[in-house]
Design a protein around this ligand. Structure first.
Ligand SMILES: O=C(O)c1ccccc1NCC(=O)[C@H](O)[C@H](O)COP(=O)(O)O
Length: 212
């Protein structure tokens, strides 16, 4: 089975092309001003236009309001919204209904109890992103290159499609897949040469390691 890979936080056409050519199933654009990966709506619109057919374009937002989401979906061609803040299940359902796009809800995991947070979203989200909880004091709610204990989710089944994220690298992805049973993965930090700067060689190496 092919593992689907999402490369998040892309900011230039060359890295989008590298990801697509290497087999990425999804590319992500970050809309979070504090992030080194942040893009404007007009930048994202230009980048989205370069994404080859068949690669899904995902917009990552954090507790975005309707006005921002309306501008986003009007200006940027997208296949999915990723909600990476503290959006409630009700808000996820509302965004999904109002903006007409599949929604992936990110849930941060650090300990077994965090897994209970997933169930309420299963009925309202199209996908769940099972991600590492940000380290204490982190500026970003995701994209920190932090892992969580994969054994917490070993053998877990969810009815909703899900992706594994959090500190995945070309060297640990095979073990992560084996221990969690994930069939989709999402990453950002490990394919960067500096914060916010993606590296096409690292992207290609990760894609090869995810599907050897
Ligand atoms: O990447 C960001 O800057 C970011 C900002 C705000 C919310 C989420 C953000 N990133 C999420 C991701 O890139 C991934 O979905 C995930 O957290 C894995 O990231 P990484 O551990 O860096 O591979």
């Amino acid at each position: 089975m092919t593992v689907k890979v999402k490369i998040c936080g892309l900011r230039d056409a060359a890295n989008i092309a590298a990801a697509a050519q290497a087999g990425a199933a999804y590319v992500g654009f970050v809309f979070f001003p504090k992030s080194p990966r942040n893009v404007s709506l007009s930048e994202a619109a230009g980048l989205a236009a370069t994404v080859p057919e068949g690669v899904r374009r995902v917009a990552l937002t954090v507790n975005a309001d309707d006005a921002f989401l309306a501008d986003l979906v009007a200006q940027v061609p997208l296949e999915m919204l990723q909600l990476h803040g503290s959006e409630s299940p009700e808000r996820v359902a509302e965004v999904r209904a109002r903006f007409g796009l599949p929604v992936m809800k990110a849930i941060g995991i650090a300990e077994a109890g965090d897994l209970d947070k997933i169930a309420p979203y299963e009925a309202v989200a199209d996908q769940i992103l099972v991600d590492a909880k940000p380290p204490k004091g982190a500026d970003l709610p995701g994209g920190n290159g932090a892992t969580f204990d994969w054994d917490l989710i070993a053998g877990r089944q969810w009815q909703t499609p899900w992706m594994l994220a959090g500190g995945l690298t070309e060297t640990n992805v095979a073990e992560a897949l084996r221990r969690t049973g994930a069939t989709q993965v999402d990453l950002s930090s490990a394919v960067e040469s500096a914060p916010g700067v993606k590296d096409p060689t690292l992207i290609r190496r990760f894609l090869a390691a995810a599907n050897p």
